[in-house]
Design a protein around this ligand. Structure first.
Ligand code: PGA
Length: 298
């Protein structure tokens, strides 16, 4: 079998998504290019790897076996690459970091200091919300992730490096401005704007309100912290956000923080990686750096 690595990668992506379109998106290929690779692979093994019933794609028996072997081969290759990276030492290395969108507000500062110290390190940086970050972590793509609380059902090694208080923000002319210890129940008379599903901030906010039996009305759901801040400034409602996302606006008086009972929600930021992952010298250095910097950042 003269199978290429690319064909195995394409096959693995189609098998994981059970969709040619989504595999094409992930690999930045066109759908005909993906279909072509699969056809070539099928003609080499002389068996169909997928079955299509209506619009649904299923793995054929040969596909199941091929998937098992493909994953072993691709994992081995990844391990080899990781070992090669670790031989290169800190300076020549390549660092793959995935960070939660909310961490982005200060992570870029951390990264820039690290890169001043190690100017030859190459970086791949991915910024996304919690749900997408967990998918990447599960697929063992990044060396390290900076995220909210790591899930219990995934084998990760995680260390907290910084506090992440969640506060309630409001426009500066809000009637509750300056009030102390506002009862949580009062929030039911307010309207909130909320992050997209998949956001860690949103999960923490929903959990806190639920624990206290509170159901504040939601006016709109928005993707990303920037959209949330702008809509609060524009008077669409209040919002729960990480204090790190609004430092500038609070300083400039464009937004205020309300002193509401049970707030701030005390969360932490973690640096994490899959258990058993062989961290390269560069990844180890970055991890140490983040843990050391955490005190001065706080
Ligand atoms: P997010 O932040 O809200 O941008 O997903 C991650 C988290 O708080 O867990």
């Amino acid at each position: 079998m003269h199978v290429t690595m690319r064909q195995l990668q394409v096959f693995e992506a189609v098998a994981r998504h059970l969709s040619f379109t989504r595999a094409a998106e992930e690999l930045h290929l066109t759908q005909p290019a993906v279909s072509m690779q699969i056809k070539q692979l099928e003609s080499m093994v002389e068996l169909p790897l997928f079955e299509q019933i209506g619009k649904k794609v299923f793995l054929a028996r040969a596909g199941e076996i091929m998937l098992e072997h493909s994953r072993t081969i691709l994992d081995q290759l990844k391990e080899a690459a990781e070992e090669m990276e670790s031989l290169k030492g800190v300076e020549g290395g390549h660092l793959v970091v995935c960070i939660a969108s909310t961490v982005n507000y200060f992570a870029t500062r951390l990264l820039s200091v690290f890169f001043q110290q190690h100017p030859n390190v190459r970086l791949s940086l991915d910024v996304t919300n919690r749900k997408e970050l967990l998918k990447r972590l599960e697929a063992n793509e990044p060396d390290l992730v900076l995220m909210g609380k790591p899930p219990r059902d995934l084998d990760v090694e995680a260390e907290a490096f910084m506090d992440n208080p969640l506060i309630i923000i409001a426009p500066p002319n809000h009637p509750l401005r300056g009030k102390r210890k506002i009862p949580l129940r009062k929030m039911e008379q307010e309207t909130f704007v909320m992050r997209e599903s998949g956001s860690g901030t949103r999960i923490a906010m929903e959990r806190m309100f639920e624990q206290h039996g509170i159901r504040p009305p939601i006016s709109v759901q928005l993707t990303g912290n920037e959209a949330i801040k702008q809509s609060v400034e524009a008077g669409l409602g209040l919002a729960v956000v990480s204090i790190h996302t609004v430092e500038l606006e609070l300083g400039a008086g464009r937004l205020i923080s309300l002193d509401v009972e049970h707030f701030p929600i005390e969360r932490k930021w973690y640096i994490a990686h899959r258990k058993g992952k062989r961290l390269s010298a560069t990844a180890k250095a970055f991890r140490e750096f983040v843990l050391q910097q955490s005190d001065s950042m706080a």
